[in-house]
Design a protein around this ligand. Sequence first.
Ligand SMILES: [Zn+2]
Length: 163
Amino acid sequence: MICSHCNSKMTAQKSGRYHYVESGLTNIYLRGMTVWSCPECGAEEIEIPDPAGLQDALARVLVSKESRLTGKEFRYLRTHLGHSGADIAARFAVSRETVSRWETGALKVPGPADIALRYMVLMGKANYDYKVTDLNEILESRRRIKYLEAKFQNEWKIENKSA
Ligand SMILES: [Zn+2]
């Protein structure tokens, strides 16, 4: 491998424990990776096999985490879904600034936003292709509800009694 900074030939080494700060998370370590280092300028580059698989696996662990998501974790899952901060702000009906405050840790991620984001990630896992359009459909088809009537006829049927 050639150093992208100074074009020198890099040398490979197996890492023991690599602090994966590139993930944007503070507490992720990778084991047994190949780390390329430049003898000239000291630049380092890590070789990560199946990065998409790693991102998936990390997302799965974060989703099943017991405590509230940290701002960094929230940001990780959001970007894992391919959403911008503005996307999430629109879907959660908050301002872009609010999402930014959650992610920087200035504000604690509220419980409902925490759960909703986890749910979105889980939906993505089930379908393996998270469709923003599905959520948009739900949001666009929101209706005023006076009351709901649930009936069981082999399966539950819900009727919106707003009309
Ligand atoms: Zn170099």
